[in-house]
Design a protein around this ligand. Structure first.
Ligand code: KG4
Ligand code: ZN
Length: 349
């Protein structure tokens, strides 16, 4: 048949990851090394620290995903690697490793945009037979928060983006404000704490709820949390009271989710007004691993008569599968790149 095998390599932020997949989306081998521990120690992603950690892990993730797949580099039909957006020094680690492999084995090479990989991975999963272009997509990660119309591979229209922080960033900053141990990431830590709290305990204002467009803003919400903590007696006082902490976390999350719901609903109306006939929402990016966000957006879709697609949690946060899949999608359309005259791109909308 016309099946082919692709290696995906990812090193744009604080995960070093690789995966080998078949062009039908079957995952043959996968490996991911996270730098959560380092991010915790340094209180954030420090470029040269992250670069060194990628350099230490890159061969391992590539070799072990190949081993998982019982394959040799020479068995690969193509290699896809994230070339941006992200930290340049980090991106280069993945790019160089992928380029060296492609050169050595004369393998087809595909430069991948990390954001497009997040968006497209939904189409790789088995349940995705019905995810056809065009679709509406909400991309929520540590660096991005956007509503997009996806018309085809490489054809997107930005309906709205964040005016300040990305949603994952807001989770991370708020987790730090609350003094949480963020070893496994600020988002998951905050989500876990919020489970024990009352989401209605503190009525934070929903950002821009009187401005019916598709843009986002999370900086004000973060400030509201700061102000609330101060009113409640300050960091030390608040942090000794677990149920108060949980209430703050739950209230933050509730407000963030309501903001998402309003913007997604707005974007759906826009699709209807334009008579696009689009009625599928794809949610992607690291924050799409959040169980509350998943359920709430699913029910927005149900209410509007839309279908909702969210990748399994392990494909939401950064991974090699999404990069390999984005390469599959490009190769199917005859898009490949010349690996000799490329460079990574810190910004790549
Ligand atoms: O897509 P991703 O892995 O990396 C980027 O491309 O940015 O997203 C990472 C972001 C982090 O900000 C992390 O805190 C957030 O996604 N995140 C979550 C959850 N899991 C990851 N935020 C809220 N709830 C979660 N369960
Ligand atoms: Zn990402």
């Amino acid at each position: 048949g016309n099946d082919f095998v692709v290696l995906g390599v990812e090193s744009s932020c604080d995960d070093t990851a690789a995966a080998v997949i078949n062009s039908d989306g079957t995952i043959l081998g996968e490996c991911r090394v996270s730098q959560d521990q380092l991010t915790e120690e340094w209180g954030g992603v420090v470029p040269h620290v992250a670069r060194d950690a990628h350099a230490d892990a890159i061969q391992h993730v590539i070799e072990s995903s190949l081993r998982d797949a019982s394959m040799l580099p020479s068995d690969l039909d193509a290699i896809g690697v994230t070339m941006g957006p992200g930290l340049e020094v980090c991106l280069r680690v993945g790019y160089r490793a992928a380029r060296a492999l492609a050169l050595k084995h004369d393998t087809e090479f595909v430069a991948i945009n990390h954001l497009e990989a997040h968006v497209l991975v939904s189409r790789a999963t088995k349940t995705a037979e019905n995810i056809q272009f065009p679709f509406l997509t909400l991309l929520v990660s540590g660096g991005h928060c956007q509503l997009l119309m996806a018309y085809d591979v490489a054809q997107y229209e930005v309906l709205g983006g964040t005016l300040d922080d990305a949603l994952g960033e807001a989770y991370d900053k708020t987790a730090r404000l609350l003094g949480l141990q963020v070893g496994g990431g600020g988002g998951p830590a905050l989500e876990k704490l919020a489970r024990k709290g009352n989401p209605k305990a503190i009525p934070f204002p929903v950002p821009m709820h009187r401005r019916p467009d598709c843009n986002f803003s999370f900086a004000g919400l973060k400030t509201s949390v700061r102000v609330a903590i101060d009113k409640l007696g300050g960091d030390e006082q608040v942090q000794t009271d677990q149920s108060l902490m949980a209430d703050i976390a739950a209230s933050f999350q509730e407000t963030a989710v309501r903001h998402l719901e309003q913007r997604v609903t707005r974007a759906m109306q826009l699709c209807d007004d334009r008579g696009t006939g689009v009625n599928t929402l794809v949610v992607s990016g690291g924050v799409a691993a959040n169980a509350v966000i998943r359920t709430r957006l699913e029910s927005v879709c149900a209410t509007q008569g839309w279908s909702c697609s969210i990748p399994p949690m392990n494909l939401c946060t950064d991974n090699g599968v999404m990069v390999a899949w984005a390469a599959v999608e490009r190769l199917r359309r005859g898009i490949a790149d010349d690996h000799t005259n490329l460079d990574v791109r810190a910004r790549w909308p």
